[in-house]
Design a binder for this molecule. Structure first.
Ligand SMILES: [Zn+2]
Length: 261
């Protein structure tokens, strides 16, 4: 299979919708957001929201979805410049926030991919990239990343040093994919809502908020709405079973009638 890549400044062939979201930044959890993005200008909302919100919403619909970091709202590919260590930072950060949801999210329910961004003239070149930082520095490899804060981590300072030294860092689109809930997956068997109906769990995010995806936006559900939604999903999941039990009852009633006559 040909290596996948994005072309810088082109527009991706899909829009933001129920299962696709674009983010121009990589602030994964709420603590990653720089304070200036949270100052409300008069009545307008904060200019930036953490990636975490949409991940929890994709989990809570049960249908999954993908967040594309490095693609701006218009769908234009900008890319995020990342060293090998910064890629690890992103992975650690996503794992960390998923572990802070209530209930926590197991790793098989999502995946993280770094897809290279190329300039148009590189595109014919099977997505090959320029001479790159691929080396892990043995001194700093394994050094824990500083998560849950908006200041530079050591990996960011190291990347700036590399950049200043003329080392080219690759740009990527980070694809964080939440898989649709699969009640038959044995890895999910203990996480469904009960032994009778295996519908997906609802996760509060790291701030204790419960988000859902509705078309291309996020909504916060009240307990009443949540109860209605759950009832609907339970109904759906039970319908087949109810139908087959009804058939069985009818059959038994017939057998009983037959034996009585
Ligand atoms: Zn780091």
């Amino acid at each position: 299979m040909a290596k996948r890549y994005y072309v810088r400044n082109t527009v991706v062939p899909f829009e933001e919708d129920f299962t696709h979201e674009f983010k121009g930044h990589r602030n994964i959890c709420v603590e990653d957001l720089p304070p200036w993005t949270q100052e409300s200008k008069t009545e307008s909302k904060p200019s930036r929201r953490a990636v975490s919100r949409v991940l929890s919403a994709f989990l809570n619909t049960g249908k999954g979805g993908t967040v594309y970091l490095g693609v701006i709202d218009s769908g234009e590919v900008k890319g995020l410049q990342l060293s090998a260590d910064q890629k690890m930072h992103v992975i650690d950060s996503v794992n960390d926030v998923m572990s802070r949801y209530t209930p926590p999210v197991k790793k098989h329910r999502y995946s993280i991919k770094f897809v290279p961004v190329c300039d148009t003239d590189d595109a014919g070149n099977t997505g090959a990239t320029k001479s790159l930082d691929q080396d892990f520095d043995p001194v700093i490899a394994g050094r824990p990343h500083v998560l849950r804060q908006h200041n530079y981590c050591w990996c960011d300072r190291d990347a700036v040093m590399k950049y200043n030294a003329g080392i080219m860092l690759q740009d990527y689109i980070i694809e964080i994919k939440v898989k649709p809930w699969d009640g038959n997956d044995s890895l999910n068997k203990d996480d469904g809502c009960g032994p009778m109906v295996n519908i997906h769990p609802i996760h509060d995010d790291e701030e204790g908020n419960c988000f859902f995806r509705r078309q291309a936006s996020l909504v916060q559900y009240t307990m009443t709405e949540l109860a209605r939604l759950t009832r609907h999903e339970v109904d759906e999941s039970c319908q087949q079973k109810i139908a087959s039990l009804k058939r069985e009852i009818t059959q038994l009633q017939r057998m009983k009638q037959d034996s009585a006559t």
